[in-house]
Design a protein around this ligand. Sequence first.
Ligand code: URA
Ligand code: SF4
Length: 211
Amino acid sequence: MVATAHNISSDTLEKIASEVIECPLCKLSRSRKNAVPGEGQISAKVIFIGEAPGKNEDENGRPFVGAAGRILDGALQKAGIERSQVFITNIVKCRPPGNRIPEDDERSACRPYLDRQISLIAPRIICLLGATAYSSILGGKSIKENRGKIIKRNGQEYLITIHPAAAIYNKNLQHILEEDLSSLSKKIKKMENPERNSLLDYIDDQNDRSC
Ligand code: URA
Ligand code: SF4
């Protein structure tokens, strides 16, 4: 068999998930009902990273299945991205009590699981949902400075956007999330078919100029 980025090691997403489910490595293990490893395909072109499981996720063992999940699903749908085509996970895999922000020791204890998921999937782009993901992965302080932007770090591209929970009661933020995911969708299509898309860009440019 020819080795590819996906099968060069013996690690698998299933192996990571089974370790996460029984993980004792930080204090969140004591209060969780269910750990939430994340879900999606190894062939995903995008990984979405949120903050931490909330109440619904803790009950179900699946990421983004509550109110924030509905906002994310709506934005994905508007952008023409299938949830089944992406991988969705969080900075920490267990719910912090009362949904507090995960602490530094919890983030670092959990980080190797995320790093293994990223290196197995080798996504074209990683979408950071909100300040916790942004600060943990890129060390940024406020997402305001870079929201909607794609940043390249060590050869990996990251799109920075808001956390879907922020948009639950805020239509403007909902539109911002939809806009960011739509540009993400365009970017993925462009990566998949650069020649056809440079032609489409050219046609778009001509249309922009004439109106
Ligand atoms: N908020 C998150 O950051 N992640 C989830 O999975 C659900 C809500
Ligand atoms: Fe383990 Fe991560 Fe859960 Fe902490 S949050 S117990 S490190 S899986």
